[in-house]
Design a protein around this ligand. Structure first.
Ligand SMILES: C[S@@+](CC[C@H](N)C(=O)[O-])C[C@H]1O[C@@H](n2cnc3c(N)ncnc32)[C@H](O)[C@@H]1O
Length: 281
């Protein structure tokens, strides 16, 4: 298979990826990556013949994708909010539904004046950096226990030129020493150990995905710690599984949080639960 044009390469790739949703889009993203060109270039030059190197790179990408490796890991980046994030096998790939958590946080954080926010389990930095980019006056912390993930998040702060984020390694808020916070946001691991969806998530770090106690153990631990580190009137916001809304509301209410509510994502599924710290711990 030599001397393929752009159009022929895309056709071949779509056939190889027929078992995968969005095969046409993935084929385009991967060909643009293999040729180091923007996707619009492919549309302009459908008859352009790929060089030997470009074709071999593209075949390798399609082989990896056909084995279910996510496109974001193959190309090493993912769009989220209005930013582009480097991702590696040490970080979760940011999901579109997580934008709901960013949206809710931004609806609370004032556009002017000081405000302190920590993103617990920052991974690639998607949530912390999106919030910080929209609220330059806010002091944002991005915390993770994974050092390799934190390095990726720091690289993303640099590549997106976002200065108001401080990175910290730690296990949730166990070693927190920066004073009481206005807001805690987190998309923690929330997949139950026996969840059948885990079979489709083999490329992503299991420590980013799985939690004990039907996926609720990290949410419980963070909620307990939040009562000690939030200012009275401070906010706690979680992303969680579509079937965990009731359980997470219960965890927050039991810990004394007020105005507890669950927000649905664009698919109409429970996705974000938030509450206000009453000031009693
Ligand atoms: C579901 S991922 C979320 C990543 C990112 N915030 C996002 O939304 O794309 C959960 C993250 O929590 C981190 N994590 C897991 N246990 C932790 C702990 N005990 N303390 C701090 N971070 C932890 C993982 O390393 C991972 O980056």
């Amino acid at each position: 298979m030599n001397n393929l044009s752009v159009a022929q390469a895309l056709l071949w790739a779509r056939q190889q990826l027929e078992a995968i949703d969005d095969a046409a889009l993935d084929a385009e993203i991967l060909l643009a990556y293999a040729m180091a060109k923007p996707r619009t270039w492919l549309k302009t030059w459908p008859e352009h013949i790929l060089s030997e190197d470009q074709l071999s790179r593209f075949k390798n990408c399609i082989l990896r994708r056909s084995q279910a490796e996510p496109t974001a890991y193959i190309v090493g980046e993912q769009a989220f909010w209005s930013l582009t994030f480097k991702v590696t096998r040490d970080t979760l790939i940011p999901r579109p539904e997580t934008e709901m958590l960013v949206e809710q946080a931004l609806s609370i954080i004032p556009t002017d004046g000081s405000y302190s926010v920590v993103d617990l389990g920052t991974g690639s930095g998607a949530i912390a950096l999106s919030i910080a980019s929209e609220r330059p006056m806010a002091s944002v912390w991005a915390l993770d226990m994974s050092e390799p993930a934190l390095k990726v998040a720091q690289a993303n702060a640099q590549s997106n030129t976002i200065p108001n984020v401080t990175f910290e390694q730690g296990s949730w808020l166990s070693g927190w020493q920066h004073g009481n916070l206005d807001m805690i946001v987190s998309n923690p691991p929330y997949v139950a150990t026996n969840d059948p969806h885990l079979a489709d998530l083999v490329y992503e770090p299991v420590t980013a995905l799985v939690a004990q106690d039907q996926g609720l153990s990290d949410i419980r631990q963070i909620t307990q710690q939040a009562t000690e580190h939030l200012k009275p009137g401070g906010y706690l916001l979680f992303e969680h599984g579509y079937d965990q809304g009731l359980a997470v509301r219960d965890i927050l209410q039991q810990a004394g949080f007020e105005q507890v509510e669950t927000i649905k994502d664009y698919a109409g599924l429970d996705r974000v639960t938030l509450g206000v710290h009453s000031g009693k711990s």
